[in-house]
Design a protein. Structure first.
Lengths: 434, 276, 288
């Protein structure tokens, strides 16, 4: 420790002429997603420009959540910037745990951030986190397999079409599964997917009195449909597949269709990683026939500053840098437009260079059509599409999705799972005082 | 050990034992092999065993993403520090229990072991708050103390069982010759107990090295050891078997090598008093 | 033999260890007890007042409680059974004369050095993955449908992974014990024409009694609190939610510290029940 401080002091002395602020270091907790890891590679640019050093704590999503939640609730002060999502931001903001992101510079142009993202990351009109990238969800499909099956993907398919197409594309002998979807337990994994699916069947988590709705027919329809379709055309063991597992399967050419986050479009069309890069088409997320709500979610990984940090200014400087238009251009210059962090800024989608990227249009359309205030056709008391922005949701939804995963694995029936989900959710909501 | 065996039986024993040994070792071997493959070869079907283009690319990628040496150094300091501190606290206690036993000695020993049963997750919140109060978050010192406390019962017990095997008469004799307590411990007891102490140190170093709950939850940057290093590789996007293997190999290699080199000491002492 | 003086010296020498452990036990325990009687929801403003035994009642009456206790006992019992049985067999095998005994021993103890997180990651991804896992390849090679281990055989899989990690420990302790066995006694029995099975039951097994107790005791302590293996592989799904994992979900996922703390107190009680049960056996064996 002494040695380190001494070293730091020495470094500061050496560079005192160039950058007096070199002694300043901010610590950032982040998730190990591709875009974040890429950003770490460009950190030197930031340090050069500002003299602020950056320390990264990169963790897998579940560990990250556990780590930052413990730290913020106990005011541990371990991090100057935390990478959080659209679920945490409004809740933490309401608790005054985050530094409001106001007074941002003019060239940062906060109004350029997509309104859907800005709303989702605000509480009572105050922005608490800046989106690094934003996403909705959409259908990614193999154009060659679709053609082979003699079908044509509409711009906006229905679940019924998806199911038919999946069955037609499935070729077990060649290890091709018609459709790959998330079944993995966890509110942000399979829980998110089955929730948006249920939305598009007209189901909801809670009614206006916060009563859980798993005993309603819409949930049964949605879950039954999902299980039947996956048993017909899904990969073996889909009950443990999450985003990464499906991405890997799709890149290996083992999926006919994949409905998931729009950011995945850039990975599946990247010829370095994907064996099917030039055979991918995109369509809007499906809905059930007769239900006027598509199954696309809305999410952003965003950077926020915990209240209590002594380096709020430096942290703000970093956030302005990392979520700026300039950063997007920096990545575009070095890695190509297809690899820039998507879904955060309006100007990106107005840029003709980016419009040429095959998935840009569908991504924007998906994001724009997602409405967190009206996630499904019936009214709900909560905000959020694939989640309900209340503190209890993560815990409840993880356990509920574990029951659903047990259905996917063939360990219990749809009815059993829904009954357990209903009982458990009612129990938890009562405990929370609703 | 004058059992005579036929060559045939010995050959059979050898073949069978090697087969079992390789089977048990296989997951580690496979991980190491995979770490030298490209991502595509790592998931090739049918799997490729040896016949692939050996590459160090994965190690380069992992090193570029996270500074391995810093994590390694923290692991060494934390595991080493907690073990040394633990032995310093435990030797006198174990000595007292072994040579001046009272009716309550066994109860104390068993009580010590029972402190290990407190589930860590249940007390994360209190301990985290305590660490904030004491300013110990993300400090190696704090982790050294926590891991020392976690492993102390095991250290005491192991040392106690070794000390008990040392015949009391030798100590009596030394005392007759006018040795002080300090001399007795330093010159008589310690040399005899060295194999026991060595294996205690080794076992606890391994346990501390592999502890993954507190080391992950109480650190951020300055004190983060290899358990935190591996936490950023568990589910990267896309194909990742090779990179995961490289990171895994880097995380376990130091302790594996240490374990192999010192396995004689480890094995010799690892009895917990199981042998009378 | 022990004088009054040496007794007080002994007490003095034990003091640091005892005081430290007492602190390590009492401080968290007191804080856990304190929280367990509170409605404490960090995301809803923190301390919301005393609630008596509400948390305790809620924790046991939840539909997840008994399955969690059961899962805990199944994992501990399963791993103990596998490691002890295979450990004895392996120890007897390694005790036989052979070439390269040292190397074989190195191979066998290696898994013990692997961090739980790494071993869970490796097993989950590279072996048990139903598409790209090695076991899936093996199954396909024999024309069978690959198993999705972690969902269809979740409990078996976790017991397998944990057993792999702990088998070396059991083997080593049992091996040391076997090596101390008087070989003349065995040879005498062999001369008398006692069949191998009989020799095993009447000579080897009784001799190993003490070592087996130790293995069970030490492993139980560690197994009751396994966490990383479940966190990485199933995340508590498919009936693998142990008591420890349930507490984790309450405290961290649901952010209900009061409820989780009550769970912590139950876990301590369960651990102590198991401990007392064990101590009675061990205590007898240790005195012998």
């Amino acid at each position: 420790m002494y040695l380190k401080n001494a070293l730091r002091a020495a470094t500061a002395l050496t560079f005192v002429a160039t950058a007096a602020a070199h002694a300043q270091t901010i610590t950032i907790a982040t998730v190990n997603n591709g875009d974040m890891i890429r950003m770490q590679g460009y950190t030197d640019n930031f340090t050069e420009a500002t003299g602020i050093d950056v320390e990264w704590v990169t963790l897998e999503e579940n560990v990250l959540r556990q780590r930052v939640t413990t730290d913020i609730t106990t005011k541990g002060g371990q991090f100057d910037i935390m990478t959080i999502g659209m679920y945490e931001t409004p809740i933490w903001g309401a608790n005054d745990w985050l530094v409001p992101l106001d007074g941002l510079s003019a060239e940062y142009d906060v109004d350029d951030i997509l309104p859907a993202m800005r709303n989702g990351l605000s509480n009572d009109g105050t922005l608490y986190a800046a989106p690094f990238y934003g996403e909705s969800s959409m259908v990614m499909y193999r154009t060659d397999l679709m053609e082979k099956a003699g079908l044509e993907m509409p711009e906006a398919p229905t679940w019924q079409f998806i199911r038919e197409a999946a069955a037609a594309m499935t070729d077990r002998d060649n290890e091709i599964n018609g459709i790959c979807l998330r079944g993995k337990a966890g509110w942000g994994e399979g829980g998110a997917f089955i929730t948006v699916t249920a939305n598009s069947f007209g189901a909801r988590w809670f009614d206006e009195d916060w009563k859980p709705q798993f005993d309603q027919p819409e949930w049964k329809d949605a879950l039954t449909f999902f299980v039947d379709m996956m048993n017909e055309s899904g990969p073996a063991g889909y009950a443990t597949n999450g985003f990464n597992e499906n991405l890997s399967l799709f890149q290996q050419g083992k999926c006919g269709m994949w409905i998931d986050a729009t950011v995945a479009a850039s990975f599946v069309t990247n010829p370095d990683d994907s064996t099917v890069a030039d055979k991918v088409g995109f369509a809007l997320a499906p809905n059930a026939e007769g239900v006027d709500k598509r199954s696309n979610w809305l999410w952003a990984w965003a950077l926020a500053i915990p209240e209590g940090t002594e380096q709020a200014d430096a942290a703000k400087q970093f956030i302005e840098w990392a979520t700026s238009k300039d950063y997007i251009e920096l990545v575009a210059e070095n890695e190509g437009w297809a690899n820039v962090p998507p879904g955060a800024r309006t100007s990106l989608y107005e840029n003709p260079d980016y419009q040429a990227v095959p998935f840009a249009k569908k991504t924007l359309e998906s994001i724009l059509s997602a409405d967190p205030n009206n996630p499904t056709v019936k009214p709900v008391p909560y905000v959020g599409i694939q989640f309900a922005a209340i503190p209890e949701f993560a815990g409840i939804a993880t356990q509920v999705s574990q029951e659903f995963s047990a259905v996917y694995a063939g360990q219990q029936s749809v009815d059993e799972a829904l009954a357990k989900a209903q009982a458990f959710t009612a129990e938890e909501m009562e405990a929370a005082g609703y | 050990m004058a059992r005579t065996v036929t060559t045939r039986r010995k050959t059979l024993n050898t073949a069978f034992a090697w087969a079992v040994g390789l089977l048990i070792f296989f997951p580690i071997l496979w991980t190491i092999l995979t770490s030298f493959k490209t991502e595509a070869q790592a998931i090739a079907s049918p799997p490729i065993f040896l016949n692939f283009d050996w590459t160090l690319e994965n190690y380069a990628i992992v090193q570029e993403r996270s500074d391995y040496m810093r994590f390694l150094w923290n692991s060494v300091i934390i595991a080493g520090g907690s073990t040394i501190l633990g032995v310093i606290v435990a030797v006198p206690a174990a000595w007292a229990m072994a040579f001046v036993p009272s009716k309550r000695t066994k109860d104390i020993l068993l009580w010590m072991l029972s402190t290990k049963m407190l589930p860590a997750v249940g007390v994360l919140y209190p301990i985290y708050l305590l660490f904030i109060q004491l300013g110990l978050l993300d400090s190696r010192g704090g982790l050294v103390v926590v891991l020392m406390l976690i492993n102390l019962p095991i250290i005491v017990w192991m040392l106690y069982t070794y000390f008990r095997e040392i015949p009391g008469e030798i100590l009596e004799a030394a005392r007759m010759d006018g040795a002080t307590l300090k001399e007795e411990i330093l010159y008589v007891l310690t040399p005899m107990a060295i194999p026991g102490i060595a294996s205690t140190v080794l076992l606890n170093f391994i346990l501390a090295w592999n502890e993954a709950f507190w080391t992950l939850n109480l650190t951020a940057v300055d004190a983060a050891p290899l358990t935190a290093f591996i936490a950023s590789y568990s589910s990267p996007e896309g194909l990742f078997f090779a990179k995961l293997s490289a990171a895994s190999t880097m995380a376990i290699a130091p302790i594996l090598i240490l374990g192999w080199f010192s396995q004689k000491q480890l094995v010799r002492g690892l009895t917990f008093g199981a042998v009378k | 033999m022990a004088t009054q003086h040496s007794r007080s010296v002994a007490r003095f020498m034990m003091a640091p260890a005892v005081i430290l452990l007492l602190g390590w036990m009492l401080v968290p325990l007191t804080m856990t007890l304190y929280f367990s009687f509170k409605k404490y929801l960090p995301l809803r403003g923190g301390d919301l007042g005393w609630v008596g035994f509400d948390n305790y009642v809620r924790f046991v009456s939840s539909s997840t409680f008994w399955p969690a206790v059961q899962a805990t006992l199944v994992i501990v019992g399963g791993v103990l059974a596998i490691t002890v049985v295979l450990g004895i067999l392996l120890a007897m095998l390694l005790d036989q004369p052979m070439w390269g005994q040292g190397v074989v021993r190195i191979l066998v103890i290696a898994p013990f050095f692997v961090m739980p997180t790494v071993s869970a990651l490796v097993w989950k991804n590279m072996f048990m993955d139903p598409v790209n896992g090695l076991l899936a390849h093996l199954w396909r090679f024999f024309g069978a449908e690959p198993i999705s281990w972690l969902s269809e055989a979740s409990m078996t899989s976790i017991v397998m992974i944990v057993s792999w990690q702990w088998l070396p420990f059991a083997t080593l302790i049992l091996l040391t014990a076997i090596q101390s066995l008087d070989s003349e006694q065995l040879e005498a029995a062999e001369m008398d024409g006692a069949p191998p099975l009989k020799r095993f039951y009447h000579i080897i097994l009784p001799h190993l009694g003490r070592a087996i107790t130790i293995v069970i005791l030490i492993q139980t302590i560690f197994l009751l609190s396994i966490f990383a293996e479940i966190f990485v592989t199933t995340g508590g799904a498919f009936g693998t939610r142990t008591l420890t994992y349930l507490i984790f979900q309450r405290v961290l996922e649901s952010q209900n510290v009061g409820l989780g703390s009550a769970g912590g107190v139950y876990a301590i009680i369960l651990a102590n029940i198991v401990a007392i049960f064990l101590m009675r056996i061990v205590g007898k064996n240790l005195d012998a």
